[in-house]
Design a protein around this ligand. Structure first.
Ligand SMILES: Cc1ncc(COP(=O)(O)O)c(C=O)c1O
Length: 405
């Protein structure tokens, strides 16, 4: 098809030319030659799993997040499971959390046969609202699980105060927030336990992988055992001590992260500052561009935080458009912009509806946000033209759907 100005203005959804030829995903990893070399070097070494690279990665990670201890896991989900176990969650217990997250946040409570109790989010940040969380606390509550949605730290001072008042463990799901700061403190150094994910769309990747940071030595020890079948020492420690004897002291899993993955993690961590800087630059460009779009509510940033910008979720004002979120989503996809939606509220998934009943309407802020949210591409490997293409595509689609009345 010949690209004429007219075909460029016509939505790709309606047969016009897309803003870009090649599909731009919403997130993507960056792997360089040094990353590849580090992995190859480990493949040639004596240790493929639980060797020197695990300890090196954990130490570097603890130093970077300002935490005392860092314990690696095979995924963020495994890390969440381990924190739920370590917090002592068991049958009959409850943990208060946000409905606006990936399902793994609440699933980890179910793994322990405890019950996730959802509390609504704040309208600006879409993070767990401490007032709603306080209302959800009962005599059965044992933990609170805030999520740093999109990379904006949760309201940690108020959540930690609430936890203090009721003797609860705070498990911060910071899967989106590696490198974020809250009141000049690094995320990872504040909650009783903080969980990170190294899935490829995150700030650094190990393929699959996760980490828990904590300042509590007893928690760190339980986390280490839980990820290794509940055994009190690992193979490398036994080899160093010339010992064969080990004891299984709790029912754990094999949730270990391999030396191969940790070799990649060590390398990736060195790029974290540059990755964060690029994400912040992209966020600033988006926010500046969207100032001219009254139909868009860009993500809020509270004064006391420096977000890590895992996602850039925008909300549409439906009153100002002749289209719903689904139409805008499809139109942007057709322009080859890889938009996504974060998240379908957890309580609306069929498994949760079947198990806990239809709770639709009980968390109006999260549900209202869900109806309007679209995450536009945000990853550190985006070039300036990629960013411009996203802005142009949003402008094109909105000008088509703008309600002229
Ligand atoms: C908020 C949140 N929690 C937990 C997870 C689970 O992490 P993983 O994919 O590493 O298991 C994710 C993953 O994307 C996430 O976004």
């Amino acid at each position: 098809m010949t690209v004429t100005p007219a075909s460029r203005d016509l939505l790709a959804l309606h047969g016009g030319s897309p803003v870009r030829e090649k599909f731009l995903p919403y997130g993507h990893q960056s792997i360089d030659e040094a990353d590849i070399e580090a992995v190859v070097e480990t493949l040639r070494s004596d240790w493929l799993t639980t060797g020197p690279k695990v300890a090196e990665f954990e130490e570097a990670f603890a130093a970077r997040t300002g935490a005392r201890y860092a314990v690696s896991f095979s995924s963020g989900t495994a890390a969440l499971h381990a924190t739920a176990f370590t917090a002592g969650l068991k049958t009959g217990d409850e943990a208060v959390t946000t409905p606006l997250s990936f399902v793994a946040t609440a699933n980890c409570v179910l793994y322990q046969d405890a019950t996730p109790i959802f509390a609504d989010v704040s309208a600006d940040t879409l993070n767990l609202d401490p007032v709603r969380a306080a209302e959800a606390v009962t005599s059965r509550t044992r933990a609170i699980l805030p999520v740093d949605y999109a990379g904006h730290p949760a309201d940690l001072t108020r959540i930690l105060e609430l936890a203090d008042r009721h003797g609860l463990v705070v498990i911060e799901d910071a899967s989106h927030a590696l490198g974020a700061e809250y009141k000049n403190n690094r995320v990872g150094s504040l909650a009783h336990m903080t969980v990170f994910s190294f899935h490829p769309v995150k700030h650094i990747t190990t393929g699959e992988g996760g980490m828990v940071t904590t300042g509590n030595q007893r928690f760190a020890e339980t986390l280490r055992r839980f990820r290794n079948h509940g055994i009190s020492s690992d193979a490398r420690q036994r080899q160093a001590a010339g010992q064969w004897h080990y004891e299984m002291v709790l029912l754990g899993f094999n949730y270990r992260l391999s030396d191969i993955a940790c070799a990649l993690g060590i390398r990736q961590l060195k790029s974290l500052d540059a990755n964060l800087a690029r994400r912040r630059e992209i966020a600033a460009r988006y926010t500046a561009a969207f100032r001219d779009f009254p139909e868009i509510i860009p993500p809020a940033v509270r004064d006391e935080v420096n977000p890590a910008w895992h996602l850039y979720p925008i909300r549409f004002d439906p009153g100002k458009l002749k289209a719903d979120r689904g139409q805008v989503f499809r139109a942007l996809r057709a322009e080859n912009i890889g938009v996504n939606v974060h998240y379908i509220p957890i309580h609306r998934h069929p498994y949760y509806v079947e198990r806990f009943g239809d709770r639709r309407g009980e968390f109006p802020v999260a549900e209202n946000a869900y109806d309007r949210l679209i995450s536009i591409p945000m990853f550190h490997g985006m070039c300036d033209q990629d960013v411009q293409d996203v802005i142009d595509a949003v402008a094109k689609v909105l000008s088509h759907f703008r309600d002229a009345s």
